[in-house]
Design a protein around this ligand. Structure first.
Ligand SMILES: [Ca+2]
Ligand SMILES: [Ca+2]
Length: 263
């Protein structure tokens, strides 16, 4: 976000967006101070996502807006290219796509392997769909058509997607209502799909779960906000066949001011 290659925490509080620059720590709270990105109107978003959509290497915001031109419109807010506390998003474009209120979960991750983030959506019937990035840069970047990616996820109370097993593929992490977490490795063209494996229980403590490479190990860590507003980082321990998130460290309290959190 601020240009140093480490994931900064971006939160929505009321109508504004705040950035907590990563302070470099990999064993204690990495997000200890913040700045206001200076724009308003963010409470119009029903969903907010962070990924480099435009292809310049800087993370853009994708918003499902409830106000204009349709109550489920997909907008992209390109990163302004600035570094440090001048980094922000202030010149959005409308993708021309609407109807995104049929999705109860959205993620942006490169599924197709072209380096561009594809939209993955779970619809209300539990079906998982993938909308490939069209490969364009700048304000032509978008997601035009879709492919069915799976139909068994209606019971999940949480979904995360990322390169958990280190094969460079978008593995799916599913939380069931029991609090059990399971990693479902993604398929690829090189051989059989690895078997799913448990990533422990007790994950119902989370009212927000994020997946991001916080500690710089190259594997995605889980970040959890609990019901008290405390934030926890579970560093990836390197395992590709058993629970990779077995220990944690605290990342401060008071995070329940956030109505959206992005990494
Ligand atoms: Ca960008
Ligand atoms: Ca892609």
């Amino acid at each position: 976000m601020t240009g140093d290659g480490r994931p900064d925490m971006v939160i929505r509080e009321a109508d504004r967006l705040y950035v907590y620059p990563h302070n470099g720590s990999t064993t204690a709270n990495p997000w200890t101070s913040r700045y206001d990105t200076g724009t308003v109107g963010w409470s119009n978003a029903s969903k907010l996502l962070l990924a480099d959509v435009t292809g310049d290497g800087r993370p853009d915001i994708v918003s499902v807006r409830t106000d204009t031109p349709d109550p489920s419109s997909l907008w992209v807010y390109p990163h302004n290219g600035a570094t440090g506390t001048a980094a922000g998003w202030n010149a959005p474009y409308y993708t021309g796509l609407f109807g995104w209120n049929i999705a109860n979960w959205l993620a942006l991750v490169d599924v197709t392997g072209d380096g561009r983030p594809d939209m993955v959506a779970r619809l209300d019937d539990g079906g998982l769909w993938m909308y490939p990035h069209n490969g364009q840069t700048g304000t032509a970047a978008s997601w035009m058509d879709r492919k069915l990616a799976g139909v068994t996820w209606s019971g999940a109370t949480g979904l995360l997607i990322g390169n958990v097993t280190g094969r460079g593929r978008p593995d799916l992490v599913v939380r069931e209502s029991t609090g059990a977490l399971t990693v479902h490795p993604a398929g690829d063209s090189t051989g059989p799909v690895p078997a799913p494996f448990s990533a422990g229980t007790g994950w119902n403590l989370a009212d927000v779960m994020l997946l991001a490479n916080v500690t710089g190990s190259g594997r995605p860590d889980i970040v959890v906000r609990d019901a008290s507003g405390n934030l926890w980082v579970y560093p990836h321990n390197g395992s590709a066949t058993a629970n990779p998130w077995t220990t944690r460290f605290g990342a401060g309290g008071g995070w329940n001011v956030a109505t959206a959190m992005m990494l």
